[in-house]
Design a protein around this ligand. Structure first.
Ligand code: PEP
Length: 251
Protein backbone atom coordinates (compact mmCIF):
# COMPACT_ATOMS: atom_id res chain seq x y z
CA UNK A 1 0.00 0.00 0.00
CA UNK A 2 1.42 3.40 -0.89
CA UNK A 3 -0.48 5.29 1.80
CA UNK A 4 1.58 6.13 4.88
CA UNK A 5 0.02 5.19 8.24
CA UNK A 6 -1.14 8.21 10.25
CA UNK A 7 -1.27 7.70 14.04
CA UNK A 8 -2.94 10.51 15.97
CA UNK A 9 -3.65 11.14 19.65
CA UNK A 10 -6.72 13.14 20.66
CA UNK A 11 -6.02 14.23 24.22
CA UNK A 12 -9.55 15.64 24.65
CA UNK A 13 -10.05 17.76 27.80
CA UNK A 14 -7.23 16.19 29.79
CA UNK A 15 -4.05 17.42 31.42
CA UNK A 16 -2.54 20.73 32.45
CA UNK A 17 0.69 22.21 31.11
CA UNK A 18 3.21 20.22 33.14
CA UNK A 19 1.68 16.81 32.33
CA UNK A 20 1.21 17.79 28.70
CA UNK A 21 4.82 18.95 28.32
CA UNK A 22 6.05 15.72 29.91
CA UNK A 23 3.92 13.50 27.70
CA UNK A 24 4.89 15.48 24.60
CA UNK A 25 8.59 15.20 25.48
CA UNK A 26 8.29 11.43 26.04
CA UNK A 27 6.59 11.07 22.66
CA UNK A 28 9.25 13.17 20.92
CA UNK A 29 11.94 10.91 22.39
CA UNK A 30 10.21 7.63 21.68
CA UNK A 31 8.78 8.39 18.25
CA UNK A 32 12.00 9.88 16.90
CA UNK A 33 12.74 6.69 14.97
CA UNK A 34 9.07 5.99 14.17
CA UNK A 35 8.22 5.43 10.52
CA UNK A 36 4.57 6.50 10.49
CA UNK A 37 3.05 9.99 10.45
CA UNK A 38 2.21 11.28 13.96
CA UNK A 39 0.00 13.92 15.53
CA UNK A 40 -1.08 15.01 18.99
CA UNK A 41 -4.15 17.19 19.58
CA UNK A 42 -4.14 18.78 23.04
CA UNK A 43 -6.69 21.25 24.46
CA UNK A 44 -6.42 24.85 23.25
CA UNK A 45 -4.79 25.97 26.51
CA UNK A 46 -1.98 23.42 26.09
CA UNK A 47 -1.17 24.16 22.46
CA UNK A 48 1.56 26.72 23.08
CA UNK A 49 3.35 24.50 25.60
CA UNK A 50 3.13 21.39 23.43
CA UNK A 51 4.08 23.33 20.31
CA UNK A 52 7.36 24.39 21.94
CA UNK A 53 8.15 20.81 22.99
CA UNK A 54 7.44 19.11 19.66
CA UNK A 55 8.94 21.81 17.42
CA UNK A 56 11.36 20.27 14.94
CA UNK A 57 10.17 16.71 15.74
CA UNK A 58 8.22 14.30 13.53
CA UNK A 59 5.01 14.96 15.51
CA UNK A 60 2.40 17.34 14.11
CA UNK A 61 0.38 19.69 16.29
CA UNK A 62 -3.40 19.37 16.08
CA UNK A 63 -6.34 21.27 17.55
CA UNK A 64 -9.58 19.54 18.48
CA UNK A 65 -11.92 22.14 17.01
CA UNK A 66 -12.08 25.70 15.68
CA UNK A 67 -14.67 28.44 15.27
CA UNK A 68 -16.68 28.57 12.07
CA UNK A 69 -15.92 32.28 11.69
CA UNK A 70 -12.50 33.76 11.04
CA UNK A 71 -12.60 36.33 13.85
CA UNK A 72 -14.89 38.81 15.57
CA UNK A 73 -17.53 38.90 18.29
CA UNK A 74 -17.67 35.17 19.12
CA UNK A 75 -17.23 34.86 22.86
CA UNK A 76 -15.65 31.59 23.93
CA UNK A 77 -14.60 30.53 20.43
CA UNK A 78 -11.09 30.02 19.04
CA UNK A 79 -10.20 31.21 15.55
CA UNK A 80 -8.14 29.55 12.85
CA UNK A 81 -5.90 32.63 12.89
CA UNK A 82 -5.17 32.09 16.57
CA UNK A 83 -4.48 28.40 15.97
CA UNK A 84 -2.11 29.20 13.14
CA UNK A 85 -0.29 31.66 15.41
CA UNK A 86 0.40 28.80 17.86
CA UNK A 87 1.84 26.51 15.21
CA UNK A 88 -1.20 24.27 14.79
CA UNK A 89 -1.03 22.32 11.52
CA UNK A 90 -4.12 20.11 11.69
CA UNK A 91 -7.66 20.58 13.00
CA UNK A 92 -9.92 17.71 14.02
CA UNK A 93 -13.50 18.54 13.00
CA UNK A 94 -16.81 16.78 13.41
CA UNK A 95 -15.69 14.62 16.33
CA UNK A 96 -18.65 12.68 17.71
CA UNK A 97 -18.48 14.61 20.96
CA UNK A 98 -18.84 17.85 18.96
CA UNK A 99 -21.67 16.35 16.89
CA UNK A 100 -23.66 14.67 19.62
CA UNK A 101 -22.85 16.48 22.87
CA UNK A 102 -22.41 19.98 21.45
CA UNK A 103 -24.96 19.49 18.66
CA UNK A 104 -22.78 20.53 15.74
CA UNK A 105 -24.58 19.67 12.52
CA UNK A 106 -23.19 18.83 9.09
CA UNK A 107 -23.62 22.41 7.84
CA UNK A 108 -21.61 23.90 10.71
CA UNK A 109 -18.91 21.25 10.39
CA UNK A 110 -18.72 21.92 6.64
CA UNK A 111 -18.27 25.64 7.29
CA UNK A 112 -15.39 24.88 9.65
CA UNK A 113 -13.83 22.39 7.20
CA UNK A 114 -13.85 24.98 4.41
CA UNK A 115 -12.45 27.72 6.65
CA UNK A 116 -9.66 25.51 7.99
CA UNK A 117 -8.69 24.34 4.50
CA UNK A 118 -8.77 27.92 3.19
CA UNK A 119 -6.20 28.79 5.85
CA UNK A 120 -3.91 25.94 4.86
CA UNK A 121 -4.65 23.51 7.69
CA UNK A 122 -4.90 19.78 7.30
CA UNK A 123 -8.37 18.67 8.42
CA UNK A 124 -9.26 15.37 10.05
CA UNK A 125 -12.99 15.03 9.36
CA UNK A 126 -14.57 12.57 11.80
CA UNK A 127 -17.59 10.55 10.77
CA UNK A 128 -19.38 7.60 12.32
CA UNK A 129 -22.72 6.14 13.28
CA UNK A 130 -24.51 5.86 16.61
CA UNK A 131 -25.33 2.39 17.95
CA UNK A 132 -29.02 2.79 17.08
CA UNK A 133 -28.08 3.79 13.54
CA UNK A 134 -25.91 0.67 13.22
CA UNK A 135 -28.73 -1.48 14.58
CA UNK A 136 -31.15 0.10 12.11
CA UNK A 137 -28.82 -0.78 9.20
CA UNK A 138 -27.96 2.86 8.53
CA UNK A 139 -24.16 2.77 8.78
CA UNK A 140 -23.55 3.54 5.11
CA UNK A 141 -26.30 6.14 4.93
CA UNK A 142 -24.89 8.05 7.94
CA UNK A 143 -21.25 7.81 6.89
CA UNK A 144 -22.06 8.83 3.33
CA UNK A 145 -24.10 11.82 4.49
CA UNK A 146 -21.44 13.02 6.92
CA UNK A 147 -18.72 12.64 4.28
CA UNK A 148 -20.64 14.29 1.45
CA UNK A 149 -22.00 17.16 3.55
CA UNK A 150 -18.74 17.63 5.44
CA UNK A 151 -16.88 18.10 2.16
CA UNK A 152 -19.58 20.00 0.28
CA UNK A 153 -17.99 22.78 -1.79
CA UNK A 154 -14.43 21.60 -1.06
CA UNK A 155 -12.36 21.82 -4.23
CA UNK A 156 -10.50 18.75 -5.40
CA UNK A 157 -7.22 20.71 -5.15
CA UNK A 158 -7.60 20.75 -1.35
CA UNK A 159 -8.20 17.04 -0.89
CA UNK A 160 -4.53 16.34 -0.18
CA UNK A 161 -5.15 18.20 3.08
CA UNK A 162 -8.15 16.10 4.05
CA UNK A 163 -8.04 13.00 6.25
CA UNK A 164 -11.20 11.08 7.19
CA UNK A 165 -11.49 9.39 10.58
CA UNK A 166 -14.15 6.70 10.80
CA UNK A 167 -15.15 6.54 14.45
CA UNK A 168 -18.25 4.49 15.23
CA UNK A 169 -19.74 6.43 18.16
CA UNK A 170 -20.56 3.26 20.10
CA UNK A 171 -16.86 2.36 20.11
CA UNK A 172 -15.51 5.67 21.41
CA UNK A 173 -14.32 5.49 25.00
CA UNK A 174 -16.40 2.37 25.61
CA UNK A 175 -13.77 -0.35 25.26
CA UNK A 176 -15.83 -1.80 22.37
CA UNK A 177 -13.93 -1.88 19.10
CA UNK A 178 -15.35 -2.55 15.68
CA UNK A 179 -13.95 -5.81 14.36
CA UNK A 180 -11.26 -5.24 11.76
CA UNK A 181 -13.66 -6.68 9.16
CA UNK A 182 -16.56 -4.40 10.16
CA UNK A 183 -14.31 -1.35 10.18
CA UNK A 184 -12.76 -2.35 6.85
CA UNK A 185 -16.20 -2.59 5.23
CA UNK A 186 -17.01 0.99 6.22
CA UNK A 187 -13.56 2.28 5.20
CA UNK A 188 -13.90 0.65 1.78
CA UNK A 189 -17.36 2.17 1.43
CA UNK A 190 -16.14 5.66 2.39
CA UNK A 191 -13.28 5.38 -0.10
CA UNK A 192 -15.90 4.63 -2.78
CA UNK A 193 -17.84 7.73 -1.74
CA UNK A 194 -14.65 9.79 -2.12
CA UNK A 195 -14.05 8.20 -5.54
CA UNK A 196 -17.53 9.20 -6.65
CA UNK A 197 -16.97 12.78 -5.42
CA UNK A 198 -13.35 13.32 -6.43
CA UNK A 199 -12.23 10.45 -8.66
CA UNK A 200 -10.26 7.24 -8.19
CA UNK A 201 -6.83 8.82 -7.88
CA UNK A 202 -7.80 11.03 -4.92
CA UNK A 203 -9.73 8.14 -3.36
CA UNK A 204 -6.72 5.84 -3.58
CA UNK A 205 -4.54 8.42 -1.80
CA UNK A 206 -6.84 9.73 0.93
CA UNK A 207 -5.96 8.59 4.45
CA UNK A 208 -8.86 7.02 6.35
CA UNK A 209 -8.11 6.54 10.04
CA UNK A 210 -10.08 4.30 12.38
CA UNK A 211 -10.99 5.49 15.87
CA UNK A 212 -12.82 3.83 18.74
CA UNK A 213 -11.05 2.13 21.63
CA UNK A 214 -7.87 1.47 19.70
CA UNK A 215 -5.38 -0.24 22.03
CA UNK A 216 -1.97 -1.84 21.73
CA UNK A 217 -3.55 -5.28 21.43
CA UNK A 218 -5.92 -4.45 18.55
CA UNK A 219 -3.99 -1.80 16.59
CA UNK A 220 -2.00 -4.14 14.35
CA UNK A 221 -5.07 -6.20 13.33
CA UNK A 222 -7.00 -3.05 12.46
CA UNK A 223 -4.07 -1.50 10.57
CA UNK A 224 -3.62 -4.74 8.59
CA UNK A 225 -6.88 -4.09 6.76
CA UNK A 226 -6.47 -2.75 3.24
CA UNK A 227 -8.45 0.46 3.71
CA UNK A 228 -7.44 1.35 7.27
CA UNK A 229 -4.59 3.84 7.09
CA UNK A 230 -4.05 4.88 10.67
CA UNK A 231 -5.75 5.54 13.98
CA UNK A 232 -7.29 8.40 15.89
CA UNK A 233 -6.73 7.40 19.49
CA UNK A 234 -8.43 8.93 22.54
CA UNK A 235 -7.98 7.27 25.93
CA UNK A 236 -4.90 5.26 25.03
CA UNK A 237 -3.11 8.39 23.77
CA UNK A 238 -2.93 9.92 27.24
CA UNK A 239 -0.05 7.79 28.48
CA UNK A 240 3.26 7.10 26.77
CA UNK A 241 3.10 3.42 27.68
CA UNK A 242 -0.24 2.89 26.00
CA UNK A 243 0.28 5.18 22.99
CA UNK A 244 3.78 4.18 21.90
CA UNK A 245 2.95 0.53 21.09
CA UNK A 246 0.00 1.74 19.01
CA UNK A 247 1.96 4.50 17.30
CA UNK A 248 4.86 2.17 16.55
CA UNK A 249 2.87 -0.88 15.54
CA UNK A 250 4.59 -2.99 12.92
CA UNK A 251 2.68 -3.68 9.71
C1 PEP B 1 -11.63 9.57 20.07
O1 PEP B 1 -11.95 10.34 20.94
O2 PEP B 1 -11.44 10.02 18.92
C2 PEP B 1 -11.48 8.15 20.39
C3 PEP B 1 -11.39 7.30 19.42
O3 PEP B 1 -11.47 7.81 21.71
P1 PEP B 1 -11.11 6.36 22.36
O4 PEP B 1 -9.84 5.90 21.69
O5 PEP B 1 -10.92 6.63 23.81
O6 PEP B 1 -12.25 5.46 22.06
Amino acid sequence: MSRNYYMAGNWKMHMTRNDAAQLAQDLVNQLRDGTHKYLVAPSFTLLETVSAVIEGSNIRLGAQNCASEEQGAHTGEVSVLQLKDLGVQTIILGHSERRHVYKEDDALINKKVKLALKHGFEVILCIGELLEEREAGKVEEVCERQTVKGLEGVDVSLLNNVVIAYEPVWAIGTGKTATPQDAEAVHAFVRKVIARLYGDDIASKIIIQYGGSVKADNAAQLMAMENIDGALVGGASLKTDSFIPIAKFQA
